[in-house]
Design a binder for this molecule. Sequence first.
Ligand code: IMP
Ligand code: MG
Length: 186
Amino acid sequence: MRSPSHSDIQSVLITGDDLAKRVKELGDEISATYQRRGIEDIVIVSVLKGSFIFMADLIRHISLNAAVDFMAVSSYGAATKSSGVVRILKDLDIELEGKHVLVVEDIVDSGLTLHFLLKNLRNRKPASLELCSLLVKPEAVQVDLNISWTGFECPNEFLVGYGLDFAERYRNLPYVGILKPEVYAQ
Ligand code: IMP
Ligand code: MG
């Protein structure tokens, strides 16, 4: 049975099967990279809420000792969004000093949110800091982020599903789809 939200989707961009396949590849690549460096323990930081489904799937393909923690951030509002000033709504429980930290994000759009976040995390003196984003919109990125692992490059459209929302809806769609513009123009 299809979710009622499905009728708001213009087209499916990435199917559930393609997501599963790519997420496994990412987990294998991430595990191999740390193992090659002789690192067995990492801290995975998930940026709420959008990354929760990706995170849940990804960690099951990571063959390292992985502690998991969550951070929630929000932009100060439309007027200041481009400044990249974000507010920390929920901070981490785990201390990062001396740890190998992997930040897991759902999507890099302008990149301003992550730019702020990474600067904040770097100040906590982790031994290393890497970034994995499921989706990247290359046409929208405004800052150089140095993303270690990217799942998919996407067109500059508004995407929902597999954790991504519009006004808290559509996160539970099992694929990534392009939202019909008339939905957010309303
Ligand atoms: P950025 O700071 O412009 O890179 O975007 C920050 C956040 O905006 C992302 O982590 C998402 O939560 C949200 N976002 C950006 N693009 C989309 C989209 O296409 N669909 C849903 N959320 C998005
Ligand atoms: Mg996000």
